[in-house]
Design a binder for this molecule. Structure first.
Ligand code: PRP
Ligand code: URA
Length: 209
């Protein structure tokens, strides 16, 4: 059985999430909030990444340090995942970034892949799939399917807001992929938008509403 999604209860994140949802929040502030919330989620989602010993020479002596034992890859789903990737790359500059372009067909709500630059064997041992919205779950399920096809051994999903329907679809398709979120909302409306949600995350980041 898939483990329960991890929903952050950090007070700063909860505070920022309310601002993110507000329809009066302008794109510049929206991008900044996506950045700040994403960094909190990234710290929480990497809490269990293993470390290995390394030697460090300080200005005074040599001592033991520890470094990440995983090669971390960030996989933003275009285009709304881009703001999340920027935040996480600032937190971990040595991460590699692999883009997957998917959009959701408005009529069928099915994901359509338009960009996939994953090499046959990506050089990462742990991938974080980034997409602010987990609505029907179709886009996340497809992005993770492509990553698995490319042979990525460990995958986690980080999103901002999910519908229960999206969580259930992702857990059913990929039960071994942990899910990290800022919130799970009430439901999807008749055109597949998360309620209460925040509207269209891509449009709100890039001012194209
Ligand atoms: C949004 C969002 C997800 C998808 C979620 O992208 O960023 O990728 O919808 O919906 P789903 O869970 O039902 O698949 P959208 O298709 O609007 O594309 P965009 O990021 O280019 O705006
Ligand atoms: N994509 C979004 O950007 N928002 C939703 O509510 C659903 C899908």
């Amino acid at each position: 059985m898939a483990p329960s999604p991890q929903v952050s209860t950090h007070p700063l994140l909860v505070h920022k999430l309310a601002k993110l949802r507000s329809c009066t929040t302008l794109p510049s502030e929206f991008r900044q909030l996506v950045y700040e919330i994403s960094q909190v989620l990234f710290y929480e989602a990497t809490r269990d990444v293993p470390l290995r010993p390394t030697r460090v020479v300080t200005p005074l002596v040599e001592c033991e340090g520890r470094e990440l034992a995983e090669k971390i890859g960030l996989v933003p789903v275009l285009r709304a995942g881009l703001g999340m990737a920027n935040a996480m790359l600032d937190a971990l500059p040595e991460a590699s970034v692999w883009h997957i372009g998917l959009y959701r067909d408005h009529a069928t709500l099915q994901p359509v892949t338009y960009y996939n630059k994953l090499p046959p064997k990506p050089d990462m041992s742990m991938a974080f799939v980034l997409d602010p919205m987990l609505a029907t779950g179709g886009s996340a399920v497809e992005a993770i399917r492509l990553l698995k096809l490319a042979g990525t051994p460990q995958i986690k999903f980080i999103g901002l807001i999910a519908a229960p329907e999206g969580v259930a679809a992702l857990q059913a398709a990929h039960p071994n992929v942990p899910i990290h979120l800022a919130a799970i909302d009430s439901h999807l409306n008749e055109i597949g938008y998360i309620i209460p949600g925040l509207g269209d995350a891509g449009d709100r980041q890039f001012g194209t509403a």
